[in-house]
Design a protein around this ligand. Structure first.
Ligand code: COA
Ligand code: AMP
Length: 632
């Protein structure tokens, strides 16, 4: 099949194209309406179709005779565990937990927050929710109670499902005190907290709302999947926006299932029965789409890995997992490869393992630098494919669709548009730019199935944030350009979002916290280059006048505040005190200039700057702190 023909079909006749793909799924009721408008006048897919995601991910495969195939391989170097879970076992766990949730009064349309480490029970919890039509919202375990509280107040869950602890390399992180603290801070109070006891001795305060996960499952009967409409939300996933308040991305059911099933075959090139591994976390979109729903819909064996690319126990872990479980296709973030490369520059660990099962290595989550791509290619001797997408899209927008036939790999580019995505690069007036010219990366509407349907409880923010700036287009928030062959090069976010070790974070949120410190007059937080994590946040603070407090104390206090409010995942560790911040005459802080200076990139001093002397002043502070003096 020719990629270009296939892609063109998807754009020319989207209804024909996607109905054909939808028919790859076992719907309870096949849709007759392919596209229509929802109450918000926004495009929706397969409105009159009905189906159940848990049925498609589990029961369907058992009915087809694959009950004894491994659905999940849980590989946890932090607990020295390898557990293989068949589709039959997955069915038993999920359907009984679903029965337990029903007993707790949870049903179709209710929301449930899942705050779990990377253990099988996290996957069971997600599938149990969708089995009964409940809408889950998984919150990444690295977020602090305050972030959890914000999400609780926004989606108002009837229950929270959690575990007694997470494990970060060797550090045990008790979850229950975090959950209790979040409930304490939140205005909305869930009725129940279901806790899975990992059998690790850890602080576990008891509350009246507690329910023991294992007891609940043991005392509950299996329940059958409940049919939902295609546009019923399967989940809400919060992601960083440009303000302090995260955005609850809503995912539908039928469009999502169609897109994921399509992507497994045509983007990732995996067949049913293959082993697929996305080394991410269920708290991120990659975890939702490619640890849980995509591979299970496609009857793959998915790897659930509880560890890090290094230190668990060393930089050979990824290769051990691939070789031991015969992984065919793997997906990770460039930052993980950079971390491995730093420890094993010559790829000696790679040589020790039989990686003959591995056909493709996919990378995404942040910009992939050419050096990382080349190193991976050189050591794995297979195609290494950068591809681009976001929480909002739910599945890739740019890639090399290897299932259709591998196209040329152009280092630095995230590839060609994926079927269904009509990618356009626009200038600030909404006009398309010429090849090679950088602009705003947009997708001409309508978006294909599987992409966000709105923001939870906030359709106005959805329209304002994504659809208003360029009418008729979805605005991704990224900048980039196309080359003469249609390959797209993503250059980075054009807003206040940064990407630290593949984790999407809002600098505006960090700024709000830093600015609330009693001694801080004003501040700017922005992302600067980091050799391993791609970017890291740097905070510049100006003290209130007359403030004589010890700078070191102030720095450690604001660092502590950000960690306490957002969580360790913010990786906020660098703060500098400066006398002033560069501003335009209208008082706007010149963040881009500050970032370029810190990254030691050439910069133009904007003509609108109100005070030229500030440039050498900031440069000397950077220099003293060894920021911006390393060329890269
Ligand atoms: N629960 C609690 N804390 C967590 C956590 C979790 N689930 N995940 C991360 N943290 C903590 C870490 O322990 C660390 O704390 P510290 O500052 O006290 O050391 C902090 O958050 C930052 O974590 P991380 O960004 O993961 O940095 P790291 O130095 O521990 O590891 C890498 C660096 C590159 C190895 C790691 O970031 C990595 O594997 N990245 C790949 C990310 C990825 O797959 N992203 C998904 C997108 S596809
Ligand atoms: P998230 O929603 O957390 O998946 O983050 C999405 C953002 O990560 C995108 O908007 C991009 O800024 C960035 N991103 C993801 N994949 C890539 C990629 N392959 N190349 C460049 N940036 C990427």
């Amino acid at each position: 099949m020719d990629y270009m023909d296939f892609y063109n079909q998807s754009i020319a006749e989207p209804e024909v194209f996607w109905l054909k793909q939808a028919k790859q799924l076992d719907w309870s009721q096949l849709p007759k309406t392919i596209t229509s408008k929802n109450d918000e006048d926004y495009n929706q897919w397969f409105a009159d179709g009905t189906l159940n995601l848990s049925y498609l991910c589990i029961d369907k495969h058992i009915a087809d005779g694959y009950g004894e195939q491994n659905a999940i391989i849980y590989d946890s170097p932090v607990t020295n565990t390898i557990q293989k879970i068949t589709y039959n076992e997955l069915h038993s766990e999920v359907s009984k937990l679903a029965g337990g949730l029903q007993k707790l009064g949870i049903g179709k349309g209710d929301t449930v927050v899942i705050y779990m480490p990377m253990i099988p029970q996290a996957v069971y919890a997600m599938l149990a929710c969708v089995r009964i039509g409940a809408i889950h919202s998984v919150v990444f375990g690295g977020f602090a109670p305050h972030e959890l509280a914000i999400r609780i107040d926004d989606c108002k869950p009837k229950a929270i499902i959690t575990a007694t602890c997470g494990i970060e390399i060797k550090r045990i992180i008790p979850y229950k005190p975090f959950v209790d603290e979040a409930i304490n801070q939140a205005e909305h109070k869930p009725n129940h907290v279901v806790i899975f006891d990992r059998g690790i001795d850890v602080e576990r305060p008891q509350k009246t709302y507690d329910v023991d996960y294992s007891e609940l499952v043991a005392e509950s009967d299996s329940v059958n999947p409940v049919d939902v409409n295609s546009n019923h939300p399967s989940y809400i996933l919060y992601t960083s926006g440009t303000t302090g308040k995260p955005k609850g991305i809503i995912r539908d059911t039928g469009g999502y299932a169609t897109a994921l099933k399509f992507s497994m075959k045509y983007i990732y090139g995996v067949d049913e029965g293959d082993v697929f591994w996305a080394a991410s976390d269920v708290g991120w979109v990659v975890g939702h789409s490619y640890i849980v729903y995509g591979p299970l819909l496609n009857r793959n064996t998915t790897i659930l890995f509880e560890g890090k690319p290094i230190k668990t126990p060393d930089a050979s872990t990824f290769w051990r997992v691939i070789s031991e479980h015969r992984v065919k296709v793997m997906f990770t973030a460039p930052t993980a490869i950079r971390a491995i490369k730093k420890e094993d520059h010559d790829g000696e660990f790679i040589e020790k393992y039989d990686l003959s099962s591995l056909k493709y290595q996919f990378l995404a989550g942040e910009r992939c630098d050419v050096a990382t791509l080349s190193w991976t290619q050189q050591h794995l001797h297979i195609p290494v494919i950068d591809h681009w997408w976001q929480t909002e899209s739910g599945w890739p927008m740019l890639a090399n669709m290897v299932g259709v036939g591998l196209q040329e790999i152009k280092p630095g580019s995230a590839g060609l548009p994926v079927c269904g995505y009509d990618i356009r690069i626009l200038d600030e007036h909404g006009e398309e730019v010429s090849d090679g010219v950088e602009g705003y990366v947009t997708v001409k509407l309508p978006l294909p199935p599987g992409t966000l349907s709105s923001l939870w409880g906030n359709p106005e923010r959805f329209k304002a944030g994504y659809l208003k700036r360029f009418p008729g287009y979805y605005f991704s928030g990224d900048g980039g350009y196309k080359d003469e062959d249609g390959y797209v090069f993503i250059t980075g976010r054009v807003d206040d979002i940064i990407n630290v070790a593949g984790h999407r974070l809002s600098t505006a949120e960090m700024e709000e916290i830093v600015a609330s410190h009693k001694d801080v007059a004003e501040c700017a937080v922005f992302g600067i280059h980091c050799e391993i994590k791609g970017q890291k946040p740097l905070g510049l603070v100006v003290l209130k006048s007359g403030q004589t407090s010890d700078e070191e104390v102030l720095k450690s206090e604001v660092i502590h505040d950000v960690r306490k409010e957002i969580g360790a995942v913010a990786s906020f560790k660098d703060v500098l005190v400066v006398k002033r911040l560069p501003k335009t005459r209208s008082g706007k802080i010149l963040r881009k200039l500050l970032r370029q200076m810190a990254d030691d990139l050439s910069f133009n001093i904007p003509s609108t700057i109100d005070d030229m002397d500030i440039i050498p002043e900031i440069q000397s502070v950077y220099k003293e702190n060894e920021i911006g003096i390393h060329k890269h």
